[in-house]
Design a protein around this ligand. Structure first.
Ligand code: GLN
Length: 223
């Protein structure tokens, strides 16, 4: 199983290191080209600056191929800026311009909604599917999830607030698990979301007659 971190800007080495706690190091790669994207079984859209990442994905010609692969079921871990980029819609941010979004996760999000760098904070997050108690949430100029639509499920909360959502194989978090000294979230993503997407029998054999649906060619996705 190969996990690829989209490496245009942001917390790239941190996610690589976090996945290397769970997977063999050679199975954790960075993604900058279409060929890189085609070679991975899951991707990460890291935290960083959503406008910059969106611009660079576009310049690299990856926006549409990424949208297509995700729409066909490629597992995605999207953190912070990554969550912004995959959201169905954005409410205009009080600070800075808003990037385009891939629109694949049924949430409405507002970027920088907790304030600037100075209002960054840490605190426990309750994560439904994670045994072992609260997860240490690191929130840095975090986006706020304003609403969760019927296509997504809230999986993580901080108090009353939703800070993590899942829709099928797409997971979006407003915080930064790659900055926490706790491997459980990356472990959960690998074992539950990615492994679940590639049942052993089908993954083991490239010539299996029944490929997982994510691997079947489909016609180009249109918006
Ligand atoms: N404020 C950033 C943005 O809007 C996200 C912050 C982060 O990823 N830590 O893109």
């Amino acid at each position: 199983m190969k996990v690829g971190v989209l490496a245009f800007q942001g917390d790239v080495p941190e996610h690589v290191a976090a996945f290397a706690r769970v997977l063999p190091r050679e199975d954790v790669v960075t993604v900058l080209t279409k060929a890189d994207l085609e070679s991975v079984d899951a991707v990460v859209l890291p935290g960083g600056e959503s406008t910059t990442i969106a611009d660079r994905l576009g310049h690299a010609g990856l926006w549409t191929p990424l949208h297509e692969r995700l729409a066909r079921g490629l597992p995605l871990l999207a953190t912070c800026a990554g969550l912004i980029l995959v959201a169905r819609a954005l409410q205009p941010s009080p600070r800075g311009r808003d990037p385009p979004t891939l629109g694949l996760l049924d949430v409405v999000v507002r970027r920088n909604d907790y304030g600037s760098q100075r209002e960054s904070f840490e605190g426990p997050v309750s994560f439904d599917d994670l045994p072992g108690g609260p997860f240490p949430g690191v929130f840095i100029r975090a986006p706020r999830i304003l609403s969760v639509g019927p296509g997504a499920r809230a999986i993580a909360h901080r108090g009353e607030e939703v800070v993590g959502v899942r829709s099928g194989r797409i997971v979006g978090l407003t915080f930064h698990p790659e900055l926490a000294p706790d491997p459980r979230l990356h472990e959960w993503f690998v074992n539950e979301v990615v492994a679940g997407a590639y049942p052993k029998s089908a993954h083991a054999s490239a010539t299996a007659t029944k490929s997982p649906s994510t691997r079947e060619p489909t016609t180009a996705h249109t918006k």
